[in-house]
Design a protein around this ligand. Structure first.
Ligand SMILES: NC(=O)c1ccc[n+]([C@@H]2O[C@H](COP(=O)([O-])OP(=O)(O)OC[C@H]3O[C@@H](n4cnc5c(N)ncnc54)[C@H](O)[C@@H]3O)[C@@H](O)[C@H]2O)c1
Length: 259
């Protein structure tokens, strides 16, 4: 933690949990946070991906550890938070990023099981993570939590009713929790990414240049985003450079939600 107001992006001395840190936005964020000095705990169901990212952080001179975590399971979320505290002696930040995309969901055909899985993985997970993170941060005297929503958390998106509902829920959870805990030193914000070039989006676009072109044109900036562009926003929100920001929905979306 820096004493110079111009070095507030520095994360030295902070311990940060990154869920879904084994791929895409989570991987890039974990590596950026560690490069800025944080000790990072990567929680993911993908053991190989999580361990690969921890290894990469070590190779880059940072500190990180992996804990296998299904974020839709409360016992596993609790264990992840307690692991961070015992491994690195505290918890100052969290990037609640793990999530899944829609398999395609029209309102009239969507099976309740598919709906429930989406809500469990994308929304209940954020509730569970914040529940255990905030408990510790209250005892410790503060912290910063960043929840990853989506452009689909602000506007509708075709044939993805389950995903859109889950990501709108993440924005609501973020605002409600910020209202309750900001005065007690815990800032809670949401990031709204536009289309970001990760395995999730590449899989959804199915390697089809026509689909990719259409997605790119949906962004006024005219291209997809890169994971590091979300990581930069996460790094800022988790740092002491953003101490007056709470309850915000920060669009990092190439203009997607302004259309
Ligand atoms: N890529 C985009 O265009 C985009 C746009 C808006 C929002 N988002 C959101 O960003 C977040 C990260 O997505 P990404 O694009 O990096 O995807 P990704 O598929 O590359 O990474 C997602 C990670 O989450 C993990 N994960 C999935 N379910 C989990 C569970 N139950 N418990 C723990 N970990 C789990 C996966 O194993 C993977 O490592 C997601 O919440 C996604 O909805 C992505």
């Amino acid at each position: 933690m820096s004493t110079s107001p111009y070095k507030a992006l520095d994360l030295g001395g902070k311990v940060v949990v990154v869920t879904g840190g084994g791929s895409g936005i989570g991987e890039s964020s974990a590596r950026l946070l560690a490069a800025r000095g944080a000790a990072v705990v990567v929680g993911d169901i993908d053991e190989a991906g999580g361990l690969r990212v921890v290894q990469a952080i070590g190779d880059e001179g940072g500190k990180a550890a992996f804990v296998h975590t299904d974020v839709s399971d409360e016992a596993q979320v609790r264990r992840m938070v307690e692991f961070a505290i015992s491994e690195f002696d505290g918890l100052h930040g969290a990037l609640n990023n793990a999530g899944m995309s829609s398999r395609g969901a029209s309102l009239i055909d969507l099976a309740v099981e598919q709906w429930q899985t989406m809500i469990d993985v994308n929304l209940t997970s954020v509730f569970l993570c914040m529940k255990w993170q905030v408990r510790h941060m209250l005892a410790q005297g503060g912290g910063s939590i960043v929840n990853v929503s989506s452009g689909a958390g602000i506007v509708g998106f075709p044939n993805s009713i389950d995903y859109v509902a889950s990501k709108h829920g993440v924005v609501g959870l973020t605002r409600a929790a910020a209202v309750d805990f900001s005065a007690r030193g815990i800032r809670i914000n949401a990031i709204v990414p536009g289309g970001i070039e990760t395995p999730m989006l590449l899989g959804a676009m199915g390697n089809d240049p026509v689909v990719r072109g259409a997605v790119e044109r949906g962004h006024p900036i005219g291209r997809l985003g890169q994971p590091i562009e979300i990581a930069e926003a996460a790094g800022w929100l988790l740092s002491d450079a953003s101490t007056f920001v709470t309850g915000a929905t920060v669009a990092v979306d190439g203009g997607y939600t302004c259309m």
